[in-house]
Design a protein around this ligand. Structure first.
Ligand code: UD1
Ligand code: CA
Length: 457
């Protein structure tokens, strides 16, 4: 039977105190809803997940525009049962529905597959968890044979029921035809006057439909986000898990509590990462790289043995083996560095290709440039690539030597093996194997005297 995932995401999220719908708040750089949607696609790759939304539908659709989702509106938030009911008309009777929550982002495919495999086709499956602090959750009621007989919302619970530590995470796996029969029968006679989805448990019990309960591997998987404090806790938990995963794969983290991964990283062996490093987007790091403290790498690929020294920011770049970067370097998108390139402190590189063994070690801006092999660029060199309207290219061929404080007014080409004298403003091409310089001749004025202070009397 096909599995249809339905994600309930119409709740208000009042406690976030935000203009953004709750499920669009980010955990590890990705919206809560997207975490759940991606898990849904892993569980059931061939079917589009259904998302039940309530507020700011356009914002949600826009945020997930790249995903094939069926959106169902719940106009009024009358409860979880009412939310799911809105989705039922588009769900065929012969499917089994996996119900997830948009604000429970860390549920894993392993736990969901466990639930799916533990639930026979004519049964109801659900997750339960034992929490040391069950406050806020619906409690699981069991009879003396340990069979589940009901779920009681905290607000409707008696003192005794509140002492039950087994809770309802709100994740279920139910044949669609049961839902179609039971959901229209729900009433809202409870403290919150809501149509509770949990009412399906009582219906199953009444009809002697077996209920199978499965526990998550870790309780954090079923923690819902209701406010920013919970979001921050979950973020820390998730970061810690990712840090541990990296360490198990052979990465040394100087402090696993001080790394943030907001995206996907693939890191080779014997990589050492110092404190306060942030990875964003898709980052690939080869064997034996060293990443210095306070560096940020975004959508970047490093080869082997690359050393990124402290306080460097690298974005959208491809950096080949044995490069040394930083400290305090900024590498911007569309930069490609070949092997053994050195980029030093206070150097900015944008949209440039730098070939093997070249060095830009101090205080420079290199933009829209193509730099050959074994080029040495002196301190304070700048490519003037922008004329206010268009960007122009600077080409520097192999083995050129650029004296300090040179300005290249692009477009300009420096020939192979050329030398540029320090302090030059280069506006025309420099021929290969020559010395080119543009510099006002130095003068000394004999007998010149410094001005003296005027006599004040
Ligand atoms: C629900 C469960 C509770 C469980 C808890 C787990 C019910 C009646 N209670 O309670 O047993 O312990 O989740 O987190 O189901 N939603 C809608 N439309 C609505 C109301 C809610 O789409 O009208 C969505 C929310 O966006 C959220 C999910 O359903 O993703 C759960 O809603 P929420 O209000 O957080 O339910 P709880 O009261 O926490
Ligand atoms: Ca909740």
């Amino acid at each position: 039977m096909t599995i249809q995932v339905v994600i309930l995401a119409a709740g208000l999220g009042k406690r976030m105190h935000s203009h953004l719908p709750k499920v669009l708040h980010c955990l590890s750089g990705k919206s809560l809803l997207l975490h759940v949607v991606e898990t849904a696609f892993v569980i059931s790759p061939a079917t589009q997940p259904v998302v039940v939304y309530g507020h700011q539908g356009k914002m949600l659709r826009d945020a997930l525009a790249h995903y094939s989702i069926r959106w169902v509106e719940q106009r009024e938030q009358l409860g979880t049962g009412h939310a799911l009911l809105q989705a039922l008309p588009i769900i065929p009777d012969d499917t089994r529905v996996l119900i997830l929550c948009g604000d429970v982002p860390l549920i894993t495919e392993q736990t969901l597959n466990k639930l799916i495999h533990a639930t026979p086709s004519h049964a109801l499956g659900m997750l339960t968890a034992h929490l040391s602090n069950p406050a806020g959750y619906g409690r699981i009621k069991r009879d003396k044979h340990h069979h589940i007989i009901d779920i009681i919302e905290e607000k409707d619970a008696t003192e005794d029921e509140r002492n039950i530590m087994e809770i309802n995470p709100g994740i279920y796996f139910v044949p669609a035809h049961f839902l179609k029969k039971w959901l229209p029968l729900l009433n809202n006679k409870n403290v919150q006057s809501e149509y509770y989805l949990t009412g399906i448990i009582a219906s199953a019990v009444q009809e002697h439909i077996p209920i199978h309960a499965v526990q998550p591997r870790r309780n954090e998987e079923i923690v819902g986000v209701n406010d920013r404090v919970q979001l921050a806790h979950l973020e820390r938990f998730y970061q810690h898990e990712q840090a541990e995963k990296l360490m198990h794969q052979g990465v040394t983290l100087r402090d696993p509590a001080r790394i943030d991964i907001r995206g996907e990283v693939r890191i080779g062996r014997d990589v050492v990462i110092d404190v306060n490093v942030i990875f964003e987007g898709r980052v690939v790091i080869g064997d034996e790289c060293v990443i210095g403290a306070n560096s940020i790498l975004r959508d970047t690929e490093l080869g082997k043995r690359v050393e990124v020294k402290a306080h460097s920011i690298i974005e959208g770049a491809k950096i080949t083996d044995d490069c040394i970067i930083g400290p305090f370097a900024r590498i911007r998108p569309d930069t490609v560095l070949a092997e053994q390139v050195h980029i030093g402190n206070f150097v900015e590189i944008k949209k440039s290709h730098i070939a093997k063994g070249s060095k830009v070690n101090h205080l420079s801006y290199i933009g829209d440039s193509d730099i050959g092999k074994h080029v040495n660029i002196g301190a304070g060199t700048i490519t003037c690539n922008y004329d206010g309207i268009n960007k122009h290219k600077t080409i520097i061929e192999d083995n050129a030597f650029i004296g300090s404080c040179t300005q290249f007014v692009a477009p300009v080409t420096i020939g192979e093996g050329a030398t540029i004298g320090a302090g030059s403003t280069i506006t025309r091409d420099a021929p290969p194997h020559t010395l080119t310089l543009s510099r006002a001749p130095q003068q000394t004025i004999e007998g010149w005297q410094r001005p003296k202070k005027k006599d004040e009397s």
